[in-house]
Design a protein around this ligand. Sequence first.
Ligand SMILES: [Zn+2]
Ligand SMILES: [Zn+2]
Length: 365
Amino acid sequence: MPLGGGQSIGASCYFLKLGNSNILLDCGVGFQQGVPFAPNFHALLSTPYLQSLAQISQVFISHAHLDHAGYLPDFLLQNQSAAVCMTDMTFNLIDHQLSNFQQGDYSVKRQLLGSVVTRVSYAQQIPFGKFRATFYQAGHIPGAMMTLLECRNRRILYTGDYSIADTPFTSGCRIPEGDIDLLILCGLHARHSSYRRSRGKLPYIIQKIKRLIKEKRSVFYHARQLSKGLELIALLNASLDVPIYFDDFILRLSERLETQFIPVRRENNYPLSVEHKKFPNVVISRDPRFPFDPRYERLDEDFSLHDDFNDTVEFVKRVNPKTAIVVHSPPSLDPFDSTIEQTLMNDADCRTQFVFANDGDSYVF
Ligand SMILES: [Zn+2]
Ligand SMILES: [Zn+2]
């Protein structure tokens, strides 16, 4: 039962009942016009499945993006007995984001997180009574994991956000061997057949920055999401030889990655606070406010670190599950787009039935 992030992005949280176990796959926040909203636990509590959030027994957090992990600290205020699993890197990245909210009860939440979370690693298996969980590298961003749940003879795979292709800081996902009965797929582009990564925003942003620098212009880039500034820095460092300045949040985030042996910075990368900048340059900041300066061109475009449509089709063909529940999957605005279901209907080797699961609806298998 999706409690958020069904056929939309934001507040990803999927309730899964496996025998006596009440499991949450992710626990994110959503934002509507800048105002945060939580997963709809109310809808869950009005079903016969659950009477109180204290009955949640396991939480698996796929990765540190707020739409998958942002509600966890609040959830922990209501339930400290559930087993909460995530990778060490995901823990670090969530902690980094919490440490930047300086108001309210953030220190309580940080402490709770530190005391409750079980940090897992890829390929680790954890038995939970009647089922067993195993974790796999998901690609997408550092620390992202897929979760395989095995219960008697049934095997359920939750992808979280994932990518088959390499991203600036990750290699592609590792798909578990053996049959999968049920795939819970975060299919961001599963309904966007016309979306190709090569035509996506990231190559466009890089090209545009290169062109502006060639014209001796400087660039201000507003990085919207956790690691996006870093991913851009990595790509620019590899292809451009101009100074890059970035804010404190990104600087400390790069330090966290570097302590986990993921190199980010180069000689001509500097903190944004340095007084005398060399021009032309690139400034990357999480803060959209940037003082007007005629030397700078502003770039606000966001980009995706997800599989494109063809990769999503390829992924499902490789896993070849009996059933794929597609979530995190906003509809297309293009009337000529088709869905992964329509594409694979014509594939004789594909045995998969698709369900595009809606928030608040429950599905029994
Ligand atoms: Zn997401
Ligand atoms: Zn993500």
